[in-house]
Design a protein around this ligand. Structure first.
Ligand code: ADP
Length: 319
């Protein structure tokens, strides 16, 4: 393999830049040329492709977002779009591609793989919802952003003796809600992987109140419902006044944590190694702190699983 490409796609996540840097530097270290494909699959179809040098990825390891930009591209969901992408790659003599993104982006990589083009997926999303890995690039940073917000909101919740409802991202996965709720000491965590019972929530709240607790924090994963919708249901059930905070896109940005930068660097370098070994159609991941890789089609056939023991623990600790 003499020349590879790299793109970022779908929702951006902090640490994507560190992954791009790792792909570029590892490849050049191995005497492989690297081309950056800008604006995800859109840029692949239109040929927004430029050669990257060692210096092209200088000074980005600590920056959130992605220097390659990202986009959503409907055309790439079609065979014609995918063929156009492969033609561009061939035109530039690019023999393999690293795709950094979430599950939608993986679908694109899977489609290229099915068409016989070597592609390696690197999991980059704050949602932590990719099968075949325990962690995705950006999850740790987003988690720390949420914790910071919870800590601040807690000050107000305590002072005003109020119940706060905080809506966090995560799409259909409850990881961000669960981890932030556990680390932030939330009284209640609502995740899409479990059906909540309003009676239980009210019961816990009442018990807390009887013990003299006058404030509480409820974390609602966006995959369950909106924070405002839950607030409505909660007020109807309890007659209690609440305040809602929707954290929104601040969860996506910011300086990546050390953990995300290290993870991204390891993933990016491994993706290059796989392409060098002629192993296309793989998805990299981490399990028990060891790098792993799976057949991308097989990986996408699996379900991401939330840690239900941790969910149980969060309930035990917030009695
Ligand atoms: P994420 O990668 O963060 O999950 P999206 O779900 O928006 O984000 O997917 C990003 C892009 O991946 C889409 O805009 C599209 O170009 C491509 N993609 C998604 N699903 C498919 C599919 N089934 N086949 C081919 N490409 C896809």
């Amino acid at each position: 393999m003499k020349r590879i490409g790299v793109l970022t796609s779908g929702g951006d996540s902090p640490g994507m830049n560190a992954a791009v840097r790792a792909v570029v530097r590892k490849a050049i270290y191995q005497d492989i040329e690297v081309y950056g494909i800008y604006q995800g699959y859109n840029g692949l179809i239109s040929g927004n492709i430029k050669k990257l040098e060692l210096g092209s990825v200088g000074d980005i390891i600590h920056r959130g977002g992605t220097m390659l930009y990202t986009a959503r591209c409907e055309e790439f969901k079609t065979k014609e779009g995918q063929q156009k992408g492969i033609e561009q790659l061939k035109k530039y003599g690019i023999e393999g591609l690293v795709v950094i993104g979430g599950d939608g982006s993986y679908q694109g990589a899977k489609a290229l793989t099915k068409l016989g083009y070597p592609c390696v997926g690197v999991p980059g999303t704050i949602d932590n919802d990719i099968p075949g890995t325990e962690f995705t690039i950006g999850f740790d940073t987003a988690l720390n952003t949420v914790i910071d917000a919870i800590d601040k909101i807690r000050d107000t919740a305590t002072s005003h003796e109020r119940t706060f409802i905080i809506e966090v991202m995560g799409r259909n996965a409850g990881d961000l809600a669960l981890w932030s709720g556990l680390a932030g000491g939330a009284e209640t965590i609502l995740i899409p992987e479990d059906n909540y019972k309003m009676d239980d929530i009210v019961d816990r709240l009442k018990k807390g109140q009887e013990r003299g607790k006058k404030h509480s924090i409820i974390i609602v994963a966006e995959g369950v419902m909106s924070g405002n919708e839950f607030a409505k249901q909660f007020t109807e059930a309890t007659g209690m006044d609440t305040r809602v905070s929707v954290l929104g896109h601040i969860q996506r940005g910011g300086t990546p944590t050390a953990s995300d930068r290290v993870l991204a660097s390891r993933f990016g370098a491994r993706a290059v190694e796989l392409l060098m070994d002629g192993k296309g159609g793989r998805a990299v991941g981490i399990e028990k702190n060891k790098l792993v890789d799976y057949d991308i089609i097989e990986a996408l056939g699996k379900q991401h699983e939330i840690n239900l023991n941790m969910y149980k623990l969060s309930k035990e600790l917030s009695i």
